[in-house]
Design a protein around this ligand. Structure first.
Ligand SMILES: [Zn+2]
Length: 261
């Protein structure tokens, strides 16, 4: 299977019908970054989502499984991203989801990867500058994600669409952080054992093609911060569950390692 074969709209992706609703989704941004991209350099927990390089969410990481599942079942197709800096939770951009595919843990377990047909990131917007009803929705405290109705989706979409597109600047910032990590550790993503950044060339590994059958049903966190691979039996350390074993490269094989040191 070649990389181009697995880009949407090709299988295993299926179209998502937009019902008008959406989600607010909070991500951690990188303190080393000029543009507030995901926390690529987070120690022992390098972030891969939102993966703007491929316009995907949940293809490479295990972040926010319940939101991904709800987006697929409800057609809540627009994700607006927010991130905190200097005590403000900024609005940074959106994905309009066009497709979904079962993740390596399988649709039966509610694991879906999402791919966007449109994305846009802008100069961060302070929610206090927005009119109602979006202003209230964004300023009410919520943890990492929150569903929003079509009225707020439309307001936020026109707000962002009216601004200069900075997506290329965000993309360049991800590359810069990966280069920084590479120079310091020999890996773009040391906690993943990944030398390079992410692209569609990686996607076939992360989409089910028999991998689902062998996938272990694992929780998203390990109390020890360590994971054991069912295939190679090695133990790896990472705060969040990785979809792919950094040692042998198989997917869906990690489960919490509960043995004491
Ligand atoms: Zn392994």
């Amino acid at each position: 299977m070649t990389a181009s074969d697995v880009r949407p709209p090709n299988p295993p992706w299926t179209s998502l019908t937009d019902n008008g609703g959406g989600y607010l989704s909070v991500y951690l941004n990188d303190p080393l970054a000029r543009w507030p991209v995901r926390e690529v350099t987070k120690p022992a927990d390098n972030k891969s989502d939102p993966n703007i390089e491929t316009s995907t969410y949940g293809l490479f990481s295990t972040c926010e499984p319940s939101m991904r599942k709800a987006i697929v079942s409800n057609g809540a197709a627009t994700i607006f991203f927010m991130t905190s800096r200097h005590r403000v939770r900024w609005l940074t951009g959106y994905y309009h989801i066009g497709w979904s595919a079962p993740g390596v843990r399988g649709a039966s377990r509610g694991d879906y990867a999402l791919a966007a047909d449109a994305i846009k990131f802008v100069d961060p917007i302070d929610p206090k500058t927005l009119a109602k009803p979006a202003r209230a929705a964004l300023l009410v405290r919520f943890r990492t994600q929150k569903p929003i109705g079509p009225d707020i989706v439309q307001q936020l979409r026109s707000e962002i669409d009216g601004k200069t597109d900075r997506t290329e600047d965000y993309l360049a910032e991800v590359k810069r952080l990966e280069q920084f990590s590479l120079e310091h550790s020999g890996f773009a993503y040391p906690s993943w054992g990944r030398a390079d950044g992410f692209s569609w060339d990686d996607a076939p590994t992360y989409l089910p093609s028999g991998a689902e059958a062998g996938a272990v049903d694992a929780p998203n966190s390990s109390p020890t911060g360590r994971w054991r691979c069912a295939r190679c039996d090695r133990v790896v350390a990472n705060k969040a569950l990785l979809k792919r074993c950094p040692a042998c490269g198989d997917t869906g094989t990690l489960s919490p390692d509960l043995d004491a040191d």
